[in-house]
Design a protein around this ligand. Structure first.
Ligand SMILES: Cc1cc2nc3c(=O)[nH]c(=O)nc-3n(C[C@H](O)[C@H](O)[C@H](O)COP(=O)(O)OP(=O)(O)OC[C@H]3O[C@@H](n4cnc5c(N)ncnc54)[C@H](O)[C@@H]3O)c2cc1C
Ligand code: FES
Length: 255
């Protein structure tokens, strides 16, 4: 049974224009949380009773701190950005399934687009072997140093060309002949779809973290379905409970 906890904010800082990093003192879940899972944040904003799903970006078991990184896009995230150190926020989690890290995998490709990059930091921290991280942003890349600190080779693309190559992750994919045992990815759906195609064409397994509008976050409201297939059978799965991470070959990409 998932529980809601009141947790203390120990840091909440703007790391790039409109992007915040919040540290939560969250002893109750640091041991069980997995890379790729998310939490539901009750942000106290007027008119928004529904919680906001945000991915776990880092888990610090020594300090009992969970870090999340979020973009201010509307009322809920604006209210979150205005909360101060010492304030308490209601959080439900950890939710969803997280990334699967196969023991035998040695060569990992990690691909993030925009605000899809944060959950990949904890993943990279836990990967062993050769790790290449490919990140795409409109401008103002985030978290590059964190990925490097955990031993990854990092390649960046920005749409305005201010950092790295000019373009997006799909442009990097076109140029590179990637070799890996596993691709892990999070970002906008068109990017994930392109990665799924690339993975199939190149015989590489890929995991994609899907994003859908959510309400309950625990599989109760059927508000977040995505079409998946098993052999020829198409079924609706709940992104919040069965995902958000799926193997790319499971997802029906045409809708
Ligand atoms: C599993 C999951 C993990 C997520 N992880 C992160 C994360 O790590 N960092 C982060 O910044 N955001 C993340 N998001 C997106 C985040 O939940 C929304 O940005 C947030 O709920 C917006 O709340 P709001 O009240 O500020 O905006 P609202 O006022 O609710 O909406 C503002 C705008 O954002 C759009 N929007 C809101 N939610 C979503 C959504 N889920 N998908 C697409 N568009 C949306 C709305 O259509 C509207 O245009 C995640 C979403 C999911 C489902
Ligand atoms: S958000 Fe309610 S079922 Fe997924």
């Amino acid at each position: 049974m998932k529980q809601t906890h009141k947790v203390k904010i120990v840091d909440n800082v703007e790391i790039s224009p409109g992007i915040y990093k919040i540290d939560l003192l969250f002893k109750e879940i640091v041991e069980s949380a997995k890379a790729g899972q998310f939490v539901n944040m009750y942000t106290n904003s007027s008119g928004s009773l529904l919680p906001r799903p945000i991915s776990i970006s880092q888990i610090n078991k020594e300090k009992n701190v969970l870090t999340i990184v979020y973009a201010v896009v509307g009322k809920g995230t604006k209210a979150l950005s205005e909360m101060k150190i010492g304030d308490e926020v209601k959080v439900l989690g950890p939710l969803g399934n997280g990334f699967n890290i196969p023991k035998e995998a040695e060569n990992h490709i990690v691909i993030g687009g925009g605000i899809g990059a944060p959950p990949l930091v904890e993943l990279v921290k836990q990967l062993k072997g050769n790790i290449e991280v490919y990140l795409g942003f409109r401008s103002n890349p985030i978290l590059i140093e964190e990925f490097k600190e955990y031993g990854a080779k990092v390649y960046v693309a920005t749409e305005d060309g201010s950092v790295g190559i000019k373009g997006n992750v799909r442009d990097i994919l076109k140029e590179k002949n990637l070799k890996a045992d596993m691709i892990y990815s999070c970002g906008p759906k068109p990017m994930l779809k392109a990665i799924a195609k690339y993975a199939t064409e190149n015989g590489i397994k890929a995991q994609v973290s899907m994003e859908e509008r959510m309400a309950c976050g625990i599989g109760a409201c059927v508000g977040c379905t995505c079409k998946t297939k098993k052999k020829e059978e198409v079924q609706n799965k709940k992104v919040c409970k069965d995902g958000p991470v799926f193997y790319s070959e499971e997802v029906v990409w045409n809708d």
